[in-house]
Ligand binder design. Structure first.
Ligand SMILES: C[S@@+](CC[C@H](N)C(=O)[O-])C[C@H]1O[C@@H](n2cnc3c(N)ncnc32)[C@H](O)[C@@H]1O
Length: 360
């Protein structure tokens, strides 16, 4: 059957796929296919001309085409339909509509009333999502110094290690012992796109290294990636093998404040600080790591304030002026909602790095 598809160069494919999923336009019944170094992404319905023009502004190679495509093998598409005969009708509306898929592992949040049916739900998820081999439910919130959460196995393989693909890079993750969120993929990509060839980049809270790996894959740069979690550094080393990036990313196990103090003062053009609940405590260490000529800091934080971007902007400017830093704040944005009245935000801060004192 002939399908209307968007044809786009491969490098823009993942970004476009995520945008089309967000817009509800990607037709999951048809495969995404490769044609002469371009991807064909099948559309579910016609695309608004304004949306198409905006996409074409982002990638000039992007065109609308018609192609004969063979539909994928039909699978049940609705978890609710699968579970209708297994779960009492009054709790069916509580079935989760979103889940995180990391590699081939799905992580789902279950309402308390659904926990007696966790196994059925897990098996349903495996039926609907062909790439999922294991399902875990959340058994707490992300916590502790390593920012991990407890999980309960509910279906499929009993395995917590996987490889997640994001913008063409392969990221080794252990969902039980390391932090990784596929919801940050746009942010990983945004930062990687800003990095200039030759930059020295520091990822202070690297985790399994999504920022570091993507940056090093995209540009000829050196990235120092620090994390305090041994398992995260183990996964990062594995990813460096998978992506052939040994030597371009330098993983360091340790507390970033101590590591900076001991060996990284005044070295970096760009610094990534994604430890949202605590990054503010480490701003002095980040500025000490900045090159004397200055650096950009991508600063992530969590806030429940009204007008969060404005409030954070004033707070950071006041704090950095106390350290004697000249500071400008460029791009700011809300990255995602983390709770009903709480959001993760990012501020791109330009600092003059002349003073290298740290509060210890
Ligand atoms: C929210 S995760 C972010 C991981 C990664 N940047 C990402 O985007 O997926 C924060 C990471 O900071 C690490 N961490 C916490 N305190 C640290 C410290 N003092 N020094 C270095 N790493 C730390 C944790 O182990 C965790 O992997």
């Amino acid at each position: 059957m002939k399908k209307v598809c968007i044809r786009v160069e491969r490098s823009f494919g993942e970004r476009l796929r995520l945008l089309l999923v967000d817009l509800g336009l990607l037709d999951f019944d048809y495969p995404i296919t490769l044609e002469d170094q371009h991807l064909l992404l099948p559309l579910r319905s016609s695309i608004d001309i304004a949306v198409l023009s905006e996409l074409q502004r982002q990638s000039t190679s992007l065109t609308l085409v018609e192609r004969k495509l063979v539909p994928k093998e039909q699978r049940p598409t609705s978890l609710t339909e699968i579970l209708r005969s297994h779960i009492p009708a009054h709790i069916l509306p509580k079935i989760p509509h979103s889940l995180d898929i990391i590699g081939d592992i799905a992580i789902v949040e279950l309402d308390e009333e659904l926990t007696p049916f966790a196994q059925e739900i897990g098996q349903g998820i495996i039926l609907v999502h062909r790439n999922v081999a294991a399902v875990y439910s959340k058994a707490g919130s992300v916590s502790g110094p390593h920012r991990v959460r407890a999980l309960n196995h509910i279906a499929g393989e009993v395995r917590t290690q996987t490889v997640h693909v994001e913008y063409g890079i392969r990221i080794a993750v252990d969902v039980a012992d390391t932090y990784f969120s596929p919801r940050l993929s746009t942010e990983h990509h945004r930062v990687a796109e800003l990095i200039q060839p030759g930059e020295m980049v520091l990822d202070m809270f690297a985790g399994v290294g999504p920022f570091a790996i993507l940056a090093a894959k995209r540009q000829p740069v050196t990235v120092y990636a620090i994390d305090i979690n041994e398992q995260a550094i183990r996964c990062l080393n594995r990813s460096l093998e998978l992506n052939k990036l040994a030597g371009k990313v330098i993983p360091i196990l340790g507390d970033c404040r101590q590591v900076i103090q001991e060996q990284l003062i005044g070295k970096f053009d760009r610094i990534i600080m994604n430890l949202p609940h605590e990054s503010i405590r480490f701003l002095d260490a980040a500025t000490a790591a900045a090159k004397p000529a200055g650096a950009i800091i991508h600063f992530y934080t969590i806030t429940s304030e009204e007008n969060p971007l404005e409030k954070q902007r004033s707070k950071i400017l006041a704090l950095l002026s106390r350290f004697g830093k000249g500071t400008k704040i460029g791009h700011t944005r809300q990255v995602r909602q983390t709770a009903p009245h709480e959001a993760q935000v990012v501020l791109d801060i330009q600092v003059d790095g002349t003073d290298t004192t740290m509060i210890t």
